[in-house]
Design a protein. Structure first.
Lengths: 331, 285
């Protein structure tokens, strides 16, 4: 399929986002738009490894945390936070390599278990290491301007988040049309057959995972510059990994617009839960998120976008088994 | 030397409890190819169940069969209502579906039972036994021996009963087993129920010496994943060997490194085994 409709849709979102960034004064609305874009990026990052490559990550928060901590470290050591973008990406990619190299050539659960284990180690490490702020985390000193990547208004943050979102969506469009994208699709369809024509499963998935980690890290840099406060619960904890997985699952694994749709659902849902039950920490949010993940897994494993794509294909009368049609592996 | 012996025995006893948690996981994996990421939350539920019974006067040891039966029925219901549907979908769905169950159960426990640590009031077996230079709490000893007996019974069940044979047949070759007239849904449901009953028993034993809270099961589950990977997914003997190794790694790691780093050698062992011998120490490819 041609990429043109997707590019038009992305263009429309960018225009709308710029209008919001420069036209809207309401800080609450801008905060919502920023959060939405940030979560869409995190969801797409998760989708690269868990959707396109088909290896479910339960520890994605640590890659986000790499960016956030890199940013905090740069700023508190008098360096520009722009440096945190490559530094965080390197750290995230290194963690991805440690998690992925032993496990990405094997059945999926080996990888998923490793993501939980490595995430637990990284969180413990951050909580106990003095130069990482231990459990207290970091408060970033206040500054202003593009060099310091801090702004008194929320508009520029929305522009940055929009740029990141657009870059990530463009990269995903490119992935879908690239050799790597076809390899990953072939591996999901039948990894034995794919391996037999010479596709190196571990190598392909490691590349996807490294890019996935890099994207999440970039989101982390932006997050740290936006909130100016980070600690393990807000950047590394399992709760964050659950949010990211929820977004990816709800929107639809392995679909281009799934993460954006999932982020929209998540932002609305989180606000509703906070209004009704008074914020997280009491377990009600987890009950709702868990129930949604269970329902999607049992009834619509390809999420919102997968269901829509499926319906469109059915109407057109082509063979329709969902966007993962090719992913149905005969056991 | 005395410290070493003390740690050795402590590690082995801890490992036996890990084994009982892990055999449930490995049985379910062997039979239906599902890694139940909510396994630890089943453990947490059974710990709360044992606590509830203790509060009405039925202690953890007396309550053990009741909790195991309750978890068996719970496991069968979860299989019938949920897991069966996951098996019809893509393989990713069984991974994130059982993870959804983990999130749901943790949240439900937090919402209804609060995040407080709760222990059995006036638990039995508070004394210490001295074996030469080694001092052991009675509770730890009973936990370890109880877990060993139950793990051995499960092994005997799988090895020597008709249902156990059906489970092994499914693990070996699903299609052939179906052609031989094995009712896959029934055996799957039973296996899932028995896997849950194992953590039911383990949860009751653990209430002798551990407090329960909504995330109490998570560390045990993570340990059980490592145990099962070390021993080989689907292998019960492997789970026992893996569990003893992990018990030793954790106890020695906690002593020689620092208590908060006790899991580091365990996870490093996981990555190393998966890298060098992905089928596990006793597993088949």
């Amino acid at each position: 399929m041609t990429a043109r409709p997707h590019l038009y849709a992305l263009g429309a979102i960018v225009v709308l986002g710029l209008l919001a960034a420069f036209g809207v004064r309401d800080a609450v609305v801008l905060d919502l738009v920023f959060t939405l874009l940030l979560y869409a990026v995190l969801g797409q990052s998760w989708n690269w490894i868990s959707g396109y490559a088909g290896n479910i990550s339960f520890g994605h928060a640590i890659f986000f945390g790499c960016g956030a901590y890199a940013s905090a470290l740069c700023v508190t050591h008098g360096l520009t936070p722009w440096l945190a973008i490559p530094a965080g990406a390197l750290a995230a990619a290194a963690l991805a390599l440690v998690t992925g190299f032993p496990t990405l050539g094997l059945r999926g659960h080996y990888f998923s278990i490793a993501t939980i284990a490595v995430a637990a180690l990284v969180e413990t490490f951050a909580r106990t290491t003095p130069w990482l702020g231990k459990a207290n985390g970091f408060e970033l000193p206040i500054a202003s301007g593009w060099a310091a990547l801090q702004f008194p208004q929320k508009g520029p943050y929305v522009v940055l988040a929009l740029a990141l979102f657009a870059a990530v969506q463009l990269a995903t469009i490119a992935l879908e049309r690239s050799r790597l994208g076809y390899y990953l699709r072939a591996l999901r369809a039948n990894h034995a057959a794919a391996a037999s024509v010479g596709i190196d499963e571990r190598r392909c998935k490691l590349i996807a995972f490294a890019w996935s980690a890099t994207m999440a890290s970039a989101a982390g840099v932006l997050y740290a510059q936006y909130t100016l406060f980070i600690d393990p619960p807000s950047t590394l904890a399992l709760a964050i990994s659950i949010d990211i997985a929820l977004i990816g699952v709800v929107g639809g694994i392995g679909t281009l617009w799934g993460p954006a749709a999932g982020a929209l659902v998540y932002v609305v849902l989180a606000k509703a839960v906070a209004l009704r039950f008074g914020g997280a920490g009491k377990g009600y949010d987890l009950v709702i998120y868990g129930a949604i993940i269970c329902l999607i897994a049992a009834l619509r494993p390809y999420g919102i976008v997968g269901t829509i794509v499926d319906a469109i294909r059915r109407r057109r009368g082509s063979i329709a088994v969902g966007p993962g049609a090719a992913a149905e592996t005969p056991a | 030397m005395d410290t070493f012996a003390q740690l050795l025995v402590g590690g082995l006893l801890t490992g036996l409890v890990f084994a009982l948690v892990a055999v449930g996981l490995t049985l379910v994996y062997g039979v239906m190819d599902v890694v139940n990421f909510a396994h630890g939350e089943f453990l947490m539920l059974s710990m709360y169940a044992a606590l509830g019974l203790a509060l009405i006067g039925i202690g953890p040891l007396l309550g053990l069969p009741l909790v195991a039966i309750a978890l068996f029925l719970f496991g069968i219901v979860v299989y019938r209502v949920f897991i069966r549907r996951l098996l019809a979908g893509p393989s990713e769905a069984t991974v994130f579906g059982t993870f959804g169950l983990l999130v749901l159960l943790q949240g439900a426990a937090q919402a209804t039972l609060t995040s407080d640590f709760q222990s059995v009031p006036n638990p039995p077996l508070q004394g210490t036994i001295h074996l030469g230079p080694i001092a052991l709490s009675q509770a730890t000893l009973v936990e370890g021996i109880g877990a060993l007996v139950l793990t051995a019974s499960l092994f005997a069940f799988v090895e020597y009963t008709e249902t156990g044979r059906a489970m092994r047949a499914l693990a070996e070759d699903r299609v052939a087993a179906t052609l031989m007239g094995i009712d896959v849904q029934r055996v799957n449901g039973l296996a899932f129920g028995i896997g849950a009953a194992c953590v039911g028993a383990a949860g009751s034993l653990l209430m002798l010496s551990y407090p329960v809270y909504p995330t109490a099961g998570a560390p045990f589950a993570l340990t059980a994943f490592v145990v099962v990977a070390l021993g080989g997914f689907g292998s019960i003997q492997g789970a026992l060997v893996g569990a003893l190794l992990v018990g030793l790694l954790e106890v020695f790691g906690g002593f020689y490194l620092a208590p908060e780093l006790k899991m580091v050698p365990v996870y490093v062992a996981y990555l190393a085994v998966v890298l060098l011998r992905p089928q596990g120490l006793l597993g088949r490819r």
